[in-house]
Design a protein around this ligand. Structure first.
Ligand SMILES: [Zn+2]
Length: 270
């Protein structure tokens, strides 16, 4: 499932193909993904020039010179294909540029989404309206995290996954960051000291940035005919490593809670 670094990498891969380019063809190939695709998407995007690509949480944003922003979410299985030789069954949106480049959004499980909003209404777009700060932004720091978790009895892991507190953090990165900061996932949010939150914020930014760097270095493999954007492999310290040894020598543990796995070390995280 694509998380924030995969979306950042995807946007970086789409940028050279789309930014500054006019869209000569915009063709949704079905009416809905997770929710309906806007019926006027084709009409509003065709002929427009892409002025900017960016990311908010796990959403990619494609802004045009008409003041529209097409917002995509990759869901569980979404990926962009670049200059595919042929269209496939699960290609749900086709874009073509004035340079005859073709981009295709493929999503077999269709948990992704496509939305179209006016740029001035971006902050009011449903998911964005209730979202906390970006984890890589300056606003997300130890002071903020201490304040937002004040008096909260919920486990810190749960608080970090709550998009209202911080945007775009998923299970893998939360597990890894808590391990790096030496904080037990089950620790009550309100009881964590400011200095430990400083350390946690540093860890969150570090795991995200190293994954984005790994994604960036894999981009050259994607941006070529029949390339795919959205996934790259990474090495995790605890995630998916149940029973293997942590660097402290203790085994990595796994706990399952409402279908979601938490990987952690019982010795160096407390
Ligand atoms: Zn350990």
């Amino acid at each position: 499932m694509p998380e924030l670094p995969e979306v950042e990498t995807t946007v970086a891969g789409l940028r050279p193909v789309l930014e500054g380019k006019r869209l000569t063809l915009v063709e949704p190939r079905r009416a809905d993904l997770r929710r309906p695709i806007p019926v006027d998407l084709r009409q509003r995007m065709t002929g427009a020039r892409v002025v900017q690509l960016s990311r908010r949480a796990k959403y990619g944003l494609i802004e045009t010179d008409r003041g529209d922003v097409m917002i995509f979410h990759l869901g569980m299985s979404g990926r962009w294909r670049i200059d595919p030789a042929e269209l496939e069954k699960h290609d749900h949106l086709v874009l073509e540029t004035e340079e005859n480049r073709r981009l295709v959004l493929n999503d077999p499980r269709r948990f992704g989404s496509l939305d179209l909003v006016r740029v001035e209404e971006l902050d009011e777009f449903g998911p964005f309206a209730v979202m906390g700060p970006e984890p890589l932004g300056e606003e997300f720091n130890g002071t903020y995290l201490k304040a937002v978790t004040k008096d909260r009895k919920a486990p810190i892991k749960q608080l970090l996954l709550d998009q209202r507190n911080v945007a775009g953090l998923g299970n893998i990165y939360v597990c890894e960051a808590l391990h790096m900061a030496g904080i037990a996932p089950s620790r009550m949010g309100g009881g964590i000291s400011r200095s430990r939150y400083d350390k946690l914020v540093t860890a969150i930014k570090a795991v995200l940035e190293s994954a984005i760097a790994a994604g960036g270095s894999s981009l050259k493999d994607f941006v070529q005919p029949d390339g795919e954007l959205g996934y790259f492999s990474k090495q995790w310290l605890v995630y998916g490593r149940e029973g293997e040894l942590c660097h402290c020598g203790a085994p990595v543990l796994r706990k399952v809670d409402s279908g979601r796995s938490t990987f952690y070390c019982g010795k160096c995280q407390n």
